[in-house]
Structures are given as C-alpha cells and as structure tokens.
Design a protein around this ligand. Sequence first.
Ligand code: NAD
Length: 489
Amino acid sequence: MNQRDTASFQNFIGGQWVSTDRQFDNINPVNGSLIGRVHEAGAAEVDAAVRAARDALAGPWGRFSVEDRVELLHAVADGIDKRFDDFLAAEIADTGKPVSLASHLDIPRGAANFRIFADVVKNVPGESFEMTTPDGGRALNYAIRVPRGVVGVICPWNLPLLLMTWKVGPALACGNTVIVKPSEETPGTATLLGEVMNEAGVPAGVYNVVHGFGPDSAGEFLTTHPHVQAITFTGETRTGEAIMRAAAQGTRPVSFELGGKNAALVFADCDFDKAVEGVARSAFANTGQVCLGTERVYVQRPLFERFVAALKTRAEALRPGDPHADGINFGPLISKQHQSKVLSYYARAKEDGATIVTGGGVPDVPRQLREGAWIEPTIWTGLRDDSTVIKDEIFGPCCHIAPFDTEEEAIALANASEYGLCTSVWTSNIGTAHRLAAAIDVGLCWINSWFLRDLRTPFGGSKASGIGREGGVHSMEFYTELRNVCVKL
Ligand code: NAD
C-alpha cells in the first residue's frame, strides 16, 4: 500500500495508513512551498500504535529467531536501496539539503544502519559463570538478552532518516517493536520507511510512525504512555529534560543524544590544509545543523591570522541554491523559525562586539528561492568567553575563532561548556593528541578528522550532551534487558 499519492503524510499504525482530521503543513525550506499536509496523531492514535506494537510482540514478531530478524533487516536495507531515489527526494524536499550530501550521507547510512546492527546482533558475546553451591554442588549462570518491548523513538530534523534508523535498526535487531515520532519538520522519510517495511514483509505493528509535535501532541502522548517501555531520543537538551520527567513515571530507561557546543583545537604543528578543510566541513556541513558541528574554533596563536583567512575563503566558496542543481553545496536552514533563531544570534554577536569576518546575514538568492530559510555562513572573532554566542548551541553555519597559547589553555577552553558531545584536535604531535583526548570531557574525540564514523563504536555525549551510548554492542545494552539464568546442576 502506498500513501504518498495524496501528498499527505499519514500515520503508520499496525501496518496501515491512518489519517486524522488534525493536519498541519509540511513546508519546503528551499522556497517556502507546501510539500503536503501531515496528519497529527492524538492520544487515541498513539494509544493505537502502542497496542499494535504490543500485539506484534505477543504475536509473530515475538517468535522470530535472531536469524529471522537479521534476514528481515537486510530486506529492509535492500528496500531502501531499491527506493533510493524516493528517499532522496523525500529527504531533500523536507530539509533542502544538497543532493551531493543526502546521496552520500543520509540515504546510504539509512540502509547501512539496518545492515550493521543485523551483524552486531549476531555477534554479541554472551557471559556465563560456573559456581560452587553451598551444598558443594555446581551451578551454572548464564545471561540472556531479551528485548525491552515497545520502544519510543523521538527524532530531530537535521539528519532525519540517518538518526531515526540509527535507533530503529538496533531496536528491531534486538526484537523490540518501535513507535517513531519524527520531527514535525521532516515527516517524509519515516513515512516512506513504512512502505518499505510492508514491502519487506515486516509484521504489522513492528514499526509504527506517529506524526505531530512535542507538548500536548504525539511526542508527549508517546513519552507519557505507560506501555512504552524505553525511550530513545535525539534532540535538544531542554527537550531531553522534559522527556526525562515523563520517563520518570514508571522509571523507564532513556537513551539521550542531545545538543553540543563543540570545540575544534588547531595546533600550530597541524597539517594546515587538512585542518582548514576539516574545520570548514565541521562548521558548515548541512548548513551547520549537525549536533557534532563546530561552533567554537581555537587556533594556536602563530597560526591564527592565517587560519582565519583560510576559513573565510572556504566559507565564501559555499554555493547556496536549488539542492538539485549542479555545484550547489549549501542548503537552507530547516525553517523560517530556525532562521529567526540563528539570525538572533548573528545580531547578538554584533551587539557583543564581534568582528564579522564573513557573513552575518541572509544571502542573495534567486527570486524563486526568496521565501526559503536561507542564511549566510558566518565567522566571528573577538567575542568574550561569556557571550551567549560562545555558550549557546546555535545550530547554524557559524563559528567563532579565538587564539590560544598553551596546551593547558586549549583544554580549559574546550571544557568551558555545559555541553560535552565532541571535539576535534588538529596536531601532528601524537603526545598532544593523546593528552587532549584524555583531558577533554566529551563523548567523542576526533584527532585530525571529524565525523569519521565506524558504527561499531560508542556514540554519545557527556555533561548536557546526553545520557548513555549507542553504537555497536552499546546499542544492544540499551535495547535489551539482561536476564541472568542460574541452573543448579
Ligand atoms: P527538538 O528537541 O526541538 O525536537 C526533537 C524531537 O522531540 C522532535 O520530534 C519534537 O517534536 C520532539 N519533542 C519536542 N518536545 C517534546 C516533548 N515535550 N515530548 C516529547 N517529544 C518532544 O530538537 P530539534 O530542533 O528537532 O533538533 C536539533 C537538536 O538536536 C539540536 O540540539 C542538536 O544538537 C540535537 N541533536 C543531537 C544529536 C546527537 O547525536 N547528540 C544528533 C542530532 C541532533
């Protein structure tokens, strides 16, 4: 069954398309045009999704062996590959990201997230302990992994398919059922995945999608539902706090991937061109809407002026425009609302006395794109450490560059944030690299690289950037309960 002909985004519950009479617009951020109408799920639809997910656990899905699930996850990945162009079109319509980015990152990773966790689940090591019993006999303990049950998956808009499948892949690999609440800004690919799930033969109720917003809408109804047994969330730290309060009812486990205010540290002994290229990518890729993005750049003093000039050249070479057009490598922000937020920080930087190296406003785009959420890539210098521009996550294509002198100072600057998601260190000194990796309080530290990902590795943030780790076996930890079995022999 295909539901997209109507240019509407319906809920996917128990393998069926479910419409509602509360609908909201899905807007293309490239030009402000209407993509379609989204059917908002209320408490009744969320409850129906939870029932469908529970029924699937009690029904055929609960009887699937690991091998059966692995085979099905590969079929889902193949289904995404087969409909690559549909996924690409849906992701670009919702986000406006350039085709070069979405076709190399978002959609391939959507399929990879099912394949990798199908492999991981087959290879998780078990544990067993033999013991002597008080009566001198023997007993054997072994732990089995059981699915948590119905998992609520709450997603953001910046990498919609990639971040959603990063959670759905392992959750299904472990035998759970899921209810996905995609961002209200990006309903497309989660909806399309429902079609692929049906085409691949995934039993009804295993994968469900409910559309809507957070408070008093699908997000809140899902996270407060007593039969949702675990919640995995990617989004803003403040939203994470609200979800954590909801999850406290029934002491349900959460996995949180939250905001960041990441620092790049560029040492004078780095490979200059690679550092400029890496930092430019980390600041401006996906129009700066990447949780791992760099908004604070610290450069060792001898390199400072040269680095600022080189990053300015990179920023000014970015080409905004129609995401499907040749040579376009810079998309809009996700929405006019987010554009206002980012522009308010651009104004704040000015008020706080920043030197605007480049950007600072809205670019000149062709007339047909003027209703889009366009923004200029922006670089500042000269701000004080206590400016909110240095402290808050802006989530736009902007960064502040400041000089440092010593390694100790670089560590202190990187750590001077409520967030602790990631850092990138650019140096040719292996000693500096290892010392910084140990001293900076983050979940992910890249040396001479950025966003280089092996999906088997732990992913997540410290401080206000998250709770827990996902990736490889760490995802298995979250999406299963360990049950110890003790057998008196
Ligand atoms: P957001 O927190 O505004 O929204 C995320 C999701 O939560 C949306 O689906 C939204 O509808 C839902 N939501 C909002 N309020 C809710 C509530 N009270 N209850 C239940 N659900 C609710 O985040 P966003 O603006 O969509 O995404 C950008 C943020 O995500 C940034 O802070 C970014 O750093 C973060 N992010 C983090 C990672 C990571 O891996 N750490 C990855 C990507 C994005």
